[in-house]
Design a protein around this ligand. Structure first.
Ligand code: GMT
Length: 382
């Protein structure tokens, strides 16, 4: 198939999933056309069957903000028509689903039919999408999509309960590429970071408020008081300064390392003993899945799709949002009980294997085929 993928090119989870999906489809022989405003972060080297179309917005003194949606729709129209695409797959509803609808209508006026699939990722529904300044457009464009997928059962439920949706939502979970995310020997990193054999706790996120990175530091404070340990904070974002302040206040800067955005997260996960994800909201928790693929048990909150990924008492532990004490107790229990820790490591890997890209890609392919086939019957209805 010839597939157009529209996504955010930045480090966010939705962009990562969209890019890895596109690369996986390209490997299977599909032609994949990325339409984004800059080169996707995970698409930095040549990949066969992958094409990149950059959206550029013409500037004009009248515009305080250049109308990106208009440029994106124009680019979609151009790429679909010129490359003769079979399907547009847009990731993250805002604004991509609405823009795709506009492009589809423009193309229809030119006699070209293009089915649109929207994948909902999380905050486009649970946080930003609900905002009154977006909500009517979000529900309209979900209803007008020819196919809609959500990355977890929890996100599907949230979508139906937050918006007036009359469209079917297919759950296709996020996935993991085991050729990249697997435990490898990185003893030299371990020696550098934890020279006395300290335990290593890891958190990876975009440091937004919803990630509650401050909780990670507070959990670490309690763990550190009982077990010699180090904390690695990977990623960057708006909360970073506040978190650094907390580290100073509790006097543990020397044990906590801010590593910023890392290209090879898997090399750090390879030396981790525990992964911490105390999010206030999380539709899936891809970062937790990546840790589990590297045999790292997860201490997390119990919100959203996290219980579908992290199985309480098997691959890690779940606690109520903000219950830092419970999360710290669970972390200590696991780190102090070697046999249990080893069992959880093995369970984490086994659970991650259920999300192997090799199992999930065919789900997308058969969904694409179904949507293309069925949408042709309802060309004029949407
Ligand atoms: O919160 C992020 O990390 C970014 C956000 C996004 O859409 O870019 O992530 C969401 O999508 C990811 C990929 O599907 C999910 O793994 C994350 O759980 C989800 N984030 C939230 O729901 C907060």
């Amino acid at each position: 198939m010839k597939i157009g993928i529209v996504c955010y090119p930045t480090y966010g989870g939705s962009g990562v999933v969209a890019t890895e999906l596109g690369k996986g489809l390209a490997q299977k022989g599909h032609s994949v056309h990325f339409i984004t405003y800059s080169q996707p972060a995970r698409l930095l080297s040549f990949t066969e069957n992958v094409y990149y179309h950059e959206v550029s917005s013409a500037d004009y003194p009248l515009f305080e903000y250049a109308p990106y949606e208009t440029s994106l729709a124009s680019k979609m129209v151009d790429v679909v028509a010129y490359e003769k695409l079979d399907l547009l797959h847009v990731h993250y509803a805002i604004p991509h689903a609405a823009v795709a609808y506009m492009a589809k209508k423009i193309l229809l006026a030119q006699g070209i039919y293009i089915p649109v699939i929207t994948t909902l990722h999380g905050t486009d529904i649970t946080l930003v999408g609900k905002n009154a300044s977006y909500a009517p457009v979000v529900s309209f464009s979900i209803n007008k999509s020819d196919g809609v997928t959500a990355v977890s059962e929890s996100l599907k439920r949230d979508t139906y309960s937050s918006f007036d949706i009359n469209n079917h939502i297919e759950v296709i979970p996020n996935f993991i590429d085991f050729s990249r995310f697997r435990k490898t020997n990185k003893d030299h990193f371990k020696k550098a970071i934890a020279p006395e054999g300290e335990k290593i706790l890891v958190h990876v996120s975009n440091f937004r408020k919803v990630k509650r990175v401050d909780d990670v530091v507070r959990i670490f404070k309690t763990v550190y008081s009982k077990i010699p340990s180090k904390l690695l904070l990977i990623g960057d974002g708006p909360e970073r300064q506040n978190v650094e302040r907390t580290c100073r206040e509790i006097g543990l800067c020397h044990e906590i390392r801010f590593l910023g955005k890392q290209q090879a997260v898997e090399e750090l996960l390879a030396i981790a003993d525990l992964f911490i994800m105390p999010s206030a909201s999380e539709s899936f928790g891809l970062a937790a899945l990546e840790a589990m693929a590297c045999e790292v048990p997860v201490i997390s909150s119990d919100v959203g799709g996290l219980p579908e990924v992290n199985i309480h008492g098997e691959t890690g532990f779940l606690s109520k949002v903000g219950d830092v004490e419970d999360m710290a107790d669970n972390a200590i229990h696991l780190l102090q009980t070697e046999e249990l820790h080893q069992t959880f490591r093995a369970n984490a890997l086994a659970q991650a294997q259920k999300f192997d890209i090799a199992n999930i890609l065919p789900q997308y392919e058969s969904y694409y085929e179904r949507v293309v086939r069925e949408s042709l019957l309802t060309v004029n209805d949407k």
